[in-house]
Structures are given as C-alpha cells and as structure tokens.
Design a protein around this ligand. Structure first.
Ligand code: AMP
Length: 286
C-alpha cells in the first residue's frame, strides 16, 4: 500500500492506473478510522480496480470555536486498517500541501446548506465541498463513497456533482452503529462513560420516529415532537435541532408525503453528535 502526503505523487500513480484502463474508487475521510469508514472502503474495494483513501483533517470545514485542534488522529492505526482492507493508496497531506497561503477559491452549494447543520455551521459545507472538489480532481476517481451518517453532506455533494458536471459517481453507504445503536463516529471518543450511555438517546428517539412513519404517520410535527420528547428524557442531552426535511432538497416539510430525511443534532455534555434516518432508497439504482 502506498502512503503519501504529496499531490504530485498521487497524480503519478493515478496517471499510470488510468493509462492501464483501471477504475479508481475514492473514500474521503478525516482519519481516526472505525467500522463506519471501513464499510466505505470495503464497498470501494468491491467496485473498483484501485482504491484511494484520503486521510485529512480539513481545517477549512471547522468553525473558529470548533474542535479542529483536538480532533483525534492516529495515522499509523489508520494505515493498518486501510492495508488490511486492501486499499491501494492512502493520501495524508499536510494542510499546506492542500491550501496555498493565498488560496481564494471555494465551492459553495446554496439551498441544501440552509437548514440542519448549515444553521450552526455556516461555512462548514463550503469547506467540505472545496476539499472534496480538490480530492476528486487529484484522484480522478470514477466513484466516491460517502456515509449516510453525514446525510446533509451526502446530499450536498450529490448536488454539487450534478450541478457542476463532475465525471464521478457518488455512492451512499448505510450508517454503521455500535451494538446499542449509537452511530459510530470518531467524535465518540470525546464522551466519558456516562455521556457514552446518554448518547444512545439519539438512536432511541430516531427509532421511534421511524416506527411512527412506517406505521403511516404523515404529520411531521408529531414525529418531531415525539423525537424531541424522548431526547428530553436524557438530562445530559441538549437539542441543537430535530428536523424532518425533503430527502433530496433538504427543505423542511409539514406533511410526510415523499421520501424524507429525519435528522438530529444533540449536545451530550459539550460534544455535538448527529444522527438520522431516511425513508426511500439510499442510492438511485438501489
Ligand atoms: P469523517 O472521517 O467523519 O469525515 O467521515 C468520512 C466518511 O465516513 C464520511 O462519508 C462519513 O459519512 C463516513 N462515516 C463516518 N461514520 C460513519 C458511520 N458510522 N457509518 C457510515 N459511514 C460513516
């Protein structure tokens, strides 16, 4: 497995692979890899001749008061996992390699970034779209893999790819959870033992919401109220948002009469966790 932090080095391999007519799958990550990331890498391995994993804590997607400095990192462990899953190349650049000091170009998706996490993280998706655009160009990937865990990110990237005619297929992958339902996340390491227990409230609440919709409830307010009241039973939890939006446009809806995304962001202590479910299919072809 190739490990490199240099864009030119990645491009050298990509050129050679393209010359041989091989397909390339890209899995963009911020490292500190877990089973959620592994599921994306496995899927990429199945679908493509070559797999590139990017491992980069992207500074421009963090707000000034967010956790950039303390975001967990363990590059050696990440490489061991990538190698065991059959990845061909891990790209681990320094921020200076990705961003020239005078870089002043950004990719911004409107409308889909107005609600949900866009409210409290106004520059987050611009940072994500910019780095993902760069990674698409560097890797020349045929397919890129993103988790449903970050549902808004997945929808925003799909829209960016459609709107800007990027020659790449976006594959959404289901949320991987701990046994008690908590969605796996690198940020779960921030939680102490009591907070870790409390964090299961996100899944419990969403599960109930999902059951209501499956049983035919079409009033979004009723489903959101139920989700809120279940989260409200956990004293360590503070709700940032509970939303039900159109699955593709990410606009809030009142009546559940089409595929929806139900998403929550909840502070457990001082750490903000997100989780969601969708109705309908994750990928168009599935
Ligand atoms: P991150 O390293 O947190 O930026 O995540 C990199 C990719 O892995 C994103 O596409 C995430 O949606 C995906 N991912 C993270 N956690 C999970 C999970 N529990 N299940 C599925 N995908 C995940």
């Amino acid at each position: 497995m190739i490990r490199t932090g240099e864009i030119a080095e990645v491009k050298k391999y990509v050129r050679e692979w393209k010359r041989q007519g091989l397909t390339i799958g890209l899995v963009p990550t911020m490292g500190y890899l877990h089973e959620g990331h592994a599921s994306l890498i496995r899927r990429a391995r199945e679908d493509n001749d070559r797999v590139i994993v990017s491992d980069f804590v992207n500074p421009i997607q963090f707000g000034p008061k967010e956790d950039l400095a303390v975001y967990p990192r363990d590059f050696d462990a990440d490489c061991r996992l990538c190698e065991s899953l059959g990845a061909d190349l891990v790209f681990h650049p320094e921020p200076e390699e990705m961003y020239a000091p005078n870089a002043c170009t950004h990719v911004k998706v409107d409308s889909l970034t107005e609600h949900l996490c866009g409210v409290t993280r106004p520059f987050h998706f611009q940072g994500v779209c910019t780095v993902v655009t760069k990674l698409f160009h560097i890797s020349e990937a045929d397919r890129a893999y993103f988790g449903q865990k970050d549902a808004q990110q997945l929808a925003v990237i799909r829209r960016m790819v459609r709107d800007l005619n990027f020659p790449i297929e976006i594959i959404g992958c289901p949320i991987i959870r701990e046994e008690d339902g908590l969605a796996k996340s690198s940020r779960n390491t921030y939680l102490n033992a009591e907070e870790r227990k409390a964090a299961t409230i996100l899944y419990k609440a969403l599960k109930k919401g999902h059951e209501m919709i499956d049983a035919g409830e079409t009033d979004a307010a009723k489903v959101k109220d139920t989700i809120r009241s279940i989260i409200g039973t956990e004293p360590r939890a503070t709700i940032d948002y509970v939303e039900i939006v159109d699955r593709d446009e990410l606009q809030p809806i009142e009546t559940i009469d089409r595929p929806v995304l139900a998403a929550v962001a909840v502070y457990i202590g001082k750490d903000r966790l997100i989780d969601n479910f969708i109705t309908g299919s994750l990928n168009e072809k599935e």
